[in-house]
Design a protein around this ligand. Structure first.
Ligand code: PMP
Length: 426
């Protein structure tokens, strides 16, 4: 088929909407919660994306954290092209998956074994099955506002797009599928009993905006799960290899029993991983009796991109990421407040959130109140008009990456100052 040329985002998105539900392949990309027509991306370049009209946006979406070195990083695209030329998928063990698994094991204390999947959803779904199989128990505990992908059992009270679209959960999930899912507020350590197989948590919550765990929360979960023999699962699909070389468990000093990874470990290609000690992981088939599989799991192109992405994260990367995020957080908080809007810009390592609220946000209830102020959509559009792309949903976070320069951050803050004044007037 010939290359498709569209004259405008409107025309491209009209075509998209006829062919794909709501014009998108993942609800978080739609503008349903902010209004208007999405820019339709033609290509990306470092910190920038370029739409079909040739407009350039300084991009803080960065594929919701799947990209940490910026778009089309030459070192990663070369690895992708080299591997593609040698074959894209085989159905046999490959050298590439050994390289990526070894990079993960090297970086995360407590991880001995890895099972690669094709998405974060599969990783969390597998971790839950593994926890249930290993413990022989059914119940799982998740936290209000945490998002762990779209498998049935985990879609209860989820953040991200479920929250942006104001859905309580999802239609199409039978009561039975969530009967063993218990949802509790973030920051509270629930009292567990011997029916609980696992507690799954985002160690730094990044799907209800950014919410840092309060001191004692993760330590409390560690102690309480140990007390009743339940497994603690850290969903590090966002935080893994982004907040520190060893992810959130290293940064925060709490070790779970199982980890879920995704995003960064695929270098921008589809991937996920469940990881942990051999004593637990070896219950998965073929070593054990808990089944999990995937035709494209450990895909050679994804593992090649992911291995290079991890290898490129050197000693200087994390201080650089954190420095950019801190400068951005301080600058945004100050210019938005000067414009007269209520604002909180929480920041943990390289992660950054944006709430239009006078009060700090520590739970999903707080996040919902902040979103209820209604400032996100006008601010989002005022930024977009000036060439800064934030995620089109108020529960998402910003992903400053290694391609964002100090100048990019300054430019973002200057533009935010004008955008906040616009939003205030609008
Ligand atoms: N867990 C977390 C913490 C996530 O942020 C996401 C996706 N944003 C997922 C799981 C699901 O990953 P995927 O979209 O690759 O299925």
């Amino acid at each position: 088929m010939a290359a498709m040329i569209f004259e405008s985002n409107e025309a491209a998105f009209r075509a998209a909407s006829e062919l794909m539900v709501g014009g998108v392949n993942s609800p978080v990309r739609s503008f349903a919660s902010v209004g208007g027509t999405p820019y339709v991306v033609e290509r990306g370049e470092g910190a920038w994306v370029i739409d079909v009209e040739g407009r350039r946006y300084l991009d803080y979406v960065q594929s919701y954290g799947a990209v940490i070195h910026g778009h089309a990083d030459a070192r990663i695209t070369r690895a992708i092209a080299d591997q593609a030329a040698r074959g894209t998928t085989f159905g046999a063990p490959t050298v590439g998956e050994i390289r990526l698994a070894s990079a993960i094991v090297d970086r995360v204390a407590g991880v001995e074994r890895v099972r690669l999947t094709s998405s974060g959803t599969e990783a969390t779904m597998t971790a839950i099955r593994l926890a249930r199989g290993v413990t022989g128990r059914s119940r799982i505990v998740k936290f209000d506002g945490c998002y762990h992908g779209h498998s049935d059992a985990l879609l209860a009270a989820a953040g991200s797009g479920v929250a942006s679209l104001s859905l309580p959960g999802s239609a199409g999930i039978p009561d039975g599928a969530v009967a063993d899912t218990i949802v509790v507020p973030y920051q509270e350590v629930p009292t567990l009993d011997e029916r609980v197989a696992a507690v799954i948590v985002e160690p730094i919550a990044a799907n209800m905006g950014l919410v840092a765990p309060e001191p004692g929360f993760l330590e409390g979960l560690r102690a309480e799960t140990q007390r009743v023999g339940a497994l603690l699962i850290f969903d590090e699909v966002i935080t893994g290899f982004r907040v520190a070389r060893g992810g959130a468990s290293e940064l925060l000093g709490v070790q779970p029993d199982l980890w879920c990874f995704g995003k960064v470990i695929g270098g921008g290609l589809p991937i996920g991983a469940v990881a942990g000690p051999g004593t637990i992981m070896d219950h998965l088939a073929p070593a054990g009796s808990i089944y999990q599989a995937g035709t494209l799991s450990g895909n050679p192109v994804a593992t090649a991109a992911g291995a290079v992405a991890l290898e490129l994260l050197d000693a200087g990367s994390y201080p650089q990421l954190e420095g950019r995020a801190r400068a951005l957080a301080t600058g945004l908080a100050s210019v938005i407040a000067e414009a007269g809007l209520p604002v909180q810009v929480p920041q943990v390592a390289s992660l950054l959130g944006l709430f239009f609220s006078d009060e700090p946000v520590r739970t999903y209830a707080d996040a919902r109140r902040a979103v209820g102020s209604g400032w996100y959509a006008p601010f989002f559009h005022a930024m977009l008009r000036r060439g800064i792309a934030l995620a089109p949903g108020p529960y998402e976070i910003l992903f400053p990456g290694l391609a964002h320069s100090a100048d990019d951050v300054d430019r973002t803050i200057d533009i935010a100052s004008a955008a906040a004044r616009d939003a205030f007037v609008a």
